[in-house]
Design a binder for this molecule. Structure first.
Ligand SMILES: NC(=O)c1ccc[n+]([C@@H]2O[C@H](COP(=O)([O-])OP(=O)(O)OC[C@H]3O[C@@H](n4cnc5c(N)ncnc54)[C@H](O)[C@@H]3O)[C@@H](O)[C@H]2O)c1
Ligand SMILES: [Zn+2]
Ligand SMILES: [Zn+2]
Length: 391
């Protein structure tokens, strides 16, 4: 089959690889009908997350039709079913799955021993996301093996198009969880840093969850326009002071809820000197991530507020002002998304027309065009916000 394969830093190719096969009774194989490129894939493209190996198949946002199943589906999945695949693989049986903490499932990471050593305790297996989380081939491919498929799937109604439901596997529940874990009150100002696909889903989720005011920050005009269309007041951080504008918009009190939808690759610019220092430290391996947004959120957040972090961090960050955070009594919430915790509710919201997540798609291309689309998405060329690939 054809698949997008990681060969090294900034080197992804569309190769022919062997077709996946059923390896376990709980496996299913899907024919991928649509898949997407995620901001998290860019961290792998730039080789910021360790434990990728040349030959790894990329992709963790995908859906398709079940073409083969193992013998142990427990009546939950059959040939012909149309499913979206959550990027966090979950067993459904361990203590964490029972608590709804699907992204920290205790059983699905095939490389549990390594993860135990690196993280202290293993997290769930993830598709197409390094050997630290299981080394499972991803779904930017014609076919995908879904392990623990009897649990790891979201059935979707035929009345909805691929474009409407594809993002249930990642960015929609990610934006939703980012907003939900802010415990939004009707009096709250919610600020979202980053208006990429995750930021866009977060903005709309915060609006649906009833925030008084949603403010979105980025520097890319078309991303800011999309945020505005979703109900946010916007700040271009290259043109105005984030701290001053946020104080103005909150009568000097600061926002109650702050969400980091940027993660470890915060934009590097002269206007934000700490980002230059972070970049330099990254180059000499003194720091793995650039946490500018974390610093800014802690500084502007209203005392007693919540900091929610869907943005991915990979390792060590420097100069995080714990003194400010501690004395202001801030609460931190973060994590890879517990996708299935949210998706029944989100499927219903799409069906009811409360939201149509396809609004974020700007580009649709073939798998062969995938390697080029990684660059277009990374460079935000051609007003690119979200790419969907059709294998
Ligand atoms: N927690 C999860 O389960 C999960 C799931 C999906 C994605 N993610 C993460 O979410 C983050 C965003 O993903 P995406 O697909 O939207 O990626 P993206 O790269 O398209 O978007 C990031 C946006 O942040 C903006 N930005 C950069 N520096 C900024 C700053 N200082 N202030 C404000 N905005 C800034 C960029 O201009 C860009 O528009 C990534 O880190 C990704 O890995 C996490
Ligand atoms: Zn993702
Ligand atoms: Zn589990």
């Amino acid at each position: 089959m054809r698949a997008l394969v990681w060969h090294g830093k900034e080197d992804i190719r569309c190769d022919t690889v062997s077709d996946p096969e059923i390896e376990h009774p709980r496996d299913a194989i899907i024919k991928v009908t649509s898949c997407a490129i995620c901001g998290s894939d860019l961290h792998l493209f730039h080789n910021f997350i360790p434990a990728m190996k040349p030959g790894d198949v990329m992709g963790h946002e995908m859906m398709g039709e079940v073409v083969e199943t193992g013998s142990q589906m427990n009546g939950r999945l059959k040939k012909g079913d149309r499913i979206v695949v959550p990027f966090t693989i979950n067993c459904g049986e361990c203590e964490q799955c029972k608590r709804g903490n699907f992204s920290v499932c205790e059983r699905t990471n095939r490389n549990k021993e390594t993860a135990d050593k690196v993280f202290g305790h293993t997290t769930a297996g993830l598709f197409g996301y390094t050997h630290l989380t299981g080394g499972y081939p991803g779904g930017q491919a014609e076919y995908l093996r879904v392990p623990f498929a009897d649990e790891t799937h979201i059935k979707v109604p035929d009345s909805l198009t691929d474009e409407q439901v594809l993002f249930l596997g990642d960015i929609f529940p990610t934006g939703w969880q980012a907003a939900a874990q802010c415990d939004i009150e009707p009096t709250d100002t919610v600020v979202v840093w980053g208006c990429g696909p995750v930021g866009q889903m977060t903005i709309r989720s915060a609006v649906l969850l009833g925030a008084k005011q949603v403010i979105a920050i980025d520097r890319i005009p078309e991303r800011l326009s999309m945020a505005e269309a979703g109900g946010a007041t916007t700040i271009n951080f290259e043109e105005e002071s984030v701290v001053e504008r946020l104080n103005e918009l909150t009568q000097g009190k600061g926002p109650e809820k702050c969400i980091d939808a940027v993660g470890l690759e915060s934009h590097v610019s002269m206007g934000q000197p700490d980002t230059l220092l972070d970049r330099a430290k990254q180059m000499v391996m003194l720091e793995s991530d650039r946490p500018h947004v974390l610093r800014e959120m802690i500084y502007v957040c209203r005392p007693g507020g919540i900091i929610s972090i869907p943005g991915v961090y990979s390792g060590l960050v420097d100069k995080i002002p714990m003194g400010q955070a501690m004395n202001k009594g801030l609460t931190f919430r973060m994590g890879q998304t517990h996708v299935r915790r949210w998706t029944d509710d989100l499927v219903r919201r799409i069906e009811e027309g409360q939201i149509d997540p396809s609004f974020v798609i700007t580009h649709t291309a073939s798998l062969e065009e995938g390697p080029e689309m990684y660059k277009v998405f990374r460079d935000k060329r051609d007003s690119c916000i979200k790419v969907v690939l059709k294998p």
